[in-house]
Design a protein around this ligand. Structure first.
Ligand SMILES: *[C@@H]1O[C@H](CO)[C@@H](O)[C@H](O)[C@H]1NC(C)=O
Ligand SMILES: *[C@@H]1O[C@H](CO)[C@@H](O)[C@H](O)[C@H]1NC(C)=O
Ligand SMILES: *[C@@H]1O[C@H](CO)[C@@H](O)[C@H](O)[C@H]1NC(C)=O
Ligand SMILES: *[C@@H]1O[C@H](CO)[C@@H](O)[C@H](O)[C@H]1NC(C)=O
Ligand SMILES: *[C@@H]1O[C@H](CO)[C@@H](O)[C@H](O)[C@H]1NC(C)=O
Ligand SMILES: *[C@@H]1O[C@H](CO)[C@@H](O)[C@H](O)[C@H]1NC(C)=O
Length: 587
């Protein structure tokens, strides 16, 4: 870091002292790689063709905030239950102020673009702290020392994206630009993994509306809202601040939440919520095709409805599939997580959901580090505004497939899931069974290779390491962010899809379930204290006793038996499953 600062300083000196064309070109030609996949094209994409160099590409340069450290400091204080500023979240105006790039950042970047003759093409440089330009592909290639190609999806060649395997920036601009897109993020919403899957039908017999104080036997094979209310003790709570802490369910391309199925579900399984509704907001070209209900979307809204009458919004995010490039529209800039986060962070304080659930995940190694860091930092920004974000931990145990690294060495290592691996979200794993609950074998968990371990979890994680000893040494990164943080039931969920009951499993079930409980908790905290919980993890790790500790089961993967759930935090079920009255007692 120090040497980097020194380099930056040196570069600036050069500009000042030799401000002549020659020295500027020396400055701008001193390129440093920003991200590279080497020669390997990220799966499932295949090289398709070379674009016409005149086709237009819209590039977005995200500028670094002048003081992101200050934002993180703020977040760490306002999410720390022992800090005097606990719960004092930032308003939109306050966050925007903090996130503003320094004047020098804007100047350096514009001077560089100007030097390349592109200043006139700048179309936006304000609201979201980005500089956006639409330029020919050939100019983008010069600017970034990149080679853009059209890549096609291996199983659907009409699904095409325009990306480069690597890109660079002048060395001194790395301190000013956090991400340029589209560049090396190949995933898009058609390849992002939903973390739910249909199971062979398990017969449901629950239709009664009564909440039994004891959990019924068949909750061990089929899960309904009634089972979850019994298990997690939410049956007696009545929300009161229902207009100010809405629930947001984030969905991506092609997953539509069906209102008729939702009504069938509430009639059948949530009889105190038969009038429940949700809004659908279409973000960045997302659609709302009511003839095409999505398993993931239906699952998410139906189980988040346990928080009714707290209002709910389904955010249908993404473009219209399939995306086909042609000479006029080569710019599939679809970057789904960023697209939703840009949208959410621009919402006014009264429109912002305070509890959010996202049931998608990718292998962390398939996401460029600069892209992942940008997304994770934006989750931190949401946390600082008082939003609690739940992410499903993934359905591949310690890793799916062959678990080989994609950096050329083909080493087998456990494969963490992103965005669950971001330290500013609450990652939710899965359990099954009722007396007692046990870990679901698919529940993803482990240790990030990208994000370091945050301090809020160091005690919990070192206790786990003392039990683990040297087992799996080298297969996981001991200094990485550990996940999941918590868990909830994730198998045998009864979901209505196209009018029929289907049985669904996955950490996708667990995230909206946990979110519905946090929505209640946010309502309770608003009523008693006037603020929402915001980023949850420091509070949760400081109170491990409010969870039902899950002490059996494991998450095999990568040809290994995976980690084992045991006493205390573990990388299968985190701290455990929620007990609502105990959670109420700590907020
Ligand atoms: C541009 O990238 C190529 C690899 O594609 C590399 O060989 C070359 O050195 C780079 N140019 C500069 C100026 O860094
Ligand atoms: C649903 O709404 C109707 C009309 O407002 C009302 O009479 C009924 O009690 C509501 N049902 C529930 C379960 O809240
Ligand atoms: C795509 O490029 C066209 C110009 O070819 C531009 O008008 C349009 O706004 C771009 N779309 C996006 C999403 O950037
Ligand atoms: C690839 O990643 C593995 C696991 O992190 C590491 O051991 C190896 O050194 C890396 N290889 C290269 C070429 O970077
Ligand atoms: C392990 O995690 C740390 C902290 O995030 C990171 O700096 C390091 O590169 C990682 N090592 C490997 C081998 O992935
Ligand atoms: C809310 O809780 C915080 C921290 O416990 C406390 O400082 C604050 O006074 C409380 N606010 C209200 C309105 O009770």
């Amino acid at each position: 870091m120090l040497s980097f600062v020194a380099l930056l300083f040196f570069s600036l000196q050069v500009t000042v002292i030799f401000a002549q064309p020659f020295s500027l070109s020396a400055l701008y030609e001193d390129l440093l790689e920003k991200h590279s996949w080497g020669t390997s094209i990220p799966s499932p994409w295949r090289y398709h063709s070379t674009p016409d160099p005149h086709t237009l590409l819209t590039l977005r340069f995200r500028l670094r905030p002048s003081n992101f450290d200050q934002l993180l400091e703020h977040l760490s204080q306002t999410s720390d239950p022992f800090h005097e500023r606990y719960g004092q979240h930032l308003s939109k105006a306050e966050l925007d102020e903090l996130m503003h790039p320094a004047e020098q950042t804007v100047m350096e970047v514009r001077e560089w673009l100007n030097w390349h003759g592109m200043e006139d093409t700048v179309i936006s440089s304000t609201a979201d702290k980005s500089i956006v330009l639409t330029i020919p592909v050939s100019s983008a290639e010069t600017l970034l020392n990149a080679t853009y190609s059209i890549y096609a999806h291996e199983s659907d060649t009409n699904n095409q994206i325009l990306r480069t395997l690597e890109y660079s920036l002048p060395r001194h601009l790395h301190a000013h630009i956090s991400l340029v897109s589209p560049t090396t993020y190949f995933g898009n919403s058609r390849t992002m993994k939903k973390t739910s899957f249909l199971q062979p039908m398990r017969h449901a017999s629950h239709t009664s509306s009564s909440y039994d104080s004891s959990v019924q036997d068949d909750c061990s094979s089929t899960i309904t809202p009634e089972c979850l209310r019994d298990l997690y003790n939410t049956g007696n709570y009545t929300p009161s601040r229902t207009t100010s802490a809405k629930v947001g369910i984030v969905g991506f391309l092609g997953e539509y939440a069906n209102t008729a199925d939702f009504a069938t579900f509430t009639r059948r399984y949530l009889q105190d919520a038969t009038n429940a509704t949700f809004d659908t907001i279409e973000v960045n070209g997302g659609e709302n095709d009511q003839n095409s209900p999505g398993t993931e979307a239906n699952l998410d809204v139906q189980y988040a409805a346990m928080a009714w009458p707290i209002p709910m919004t389904y955010y249908s995010t993404g473009g219209s599939p399939p995306f086909v490039t042609d000479s006029h529209t080569p710019n599939n800039t679809n970057e789904p997580y960023l697209d939703w986060l840009d949208y959410a962070l621009a919402l006014n304080d009264d429109e912002l959901p305070r509890t959010v659930s996202i049931s998608y995940g990718d292998d962390e190694q398939t996401v460029p580090a600069d892209y992942a860091t940008q997304v994770c930092n934006m989750f931190a920004s949401l946390g600082s505004r008082g939003v609690s974000v739940m992410l499903s931990s993934g359905d591949d145990g310690v890793g799916g497939g062959d678990c080989k690294t994609n950096n050329g060495s083909n080493t087998v290592v456990f494969q963490p899931t992103f965005p669950a691996s971001c330290p500013y979200v609450t990652a939710v794993g899965s359990t099954t069974g009722v007396t007692p609950e046990t870990a679901s074998s698919f529940s993803s968990g482990g240790f990030s290779r990208l994000f370091p371990q945050p301090s809020y979890q160091s005690t919990a994680v070192s206790a786990f390491f003392s039990g683990l000893g040297s087992k799996y040494s080298g297969l996981y990164n001991k200094s990485g962010r550990a996940y999941p943080d918590v868990s909830a039931q994730g198998e045998g969920y009864q979901v209505i899809i196209s009018g029929e009951v289907q049985s669904v499993a996955g950490t996708s079930c667990s995230s909206p379930t946990f979110a519905s409980i946090i929505a209640y908790l946010n309502d309770f905290k608003l009523a008693t204290n006037g603020s929402t919980l915001g980023f949850l993890n420091p509070l949760l790790y400081a109170n491990p006793g409010v969870f039902n500790d899950i002490i059996s089961g494991s998450n095999p993967g990568c040809n290994s038996d995976g980690f084992t759930a045991g006493v205390g935090w573990d990388p299968v079920t985190g701290l455990g499953t929620p007990d609502f009255p105990k959670l109420q007692a700590i907020v």
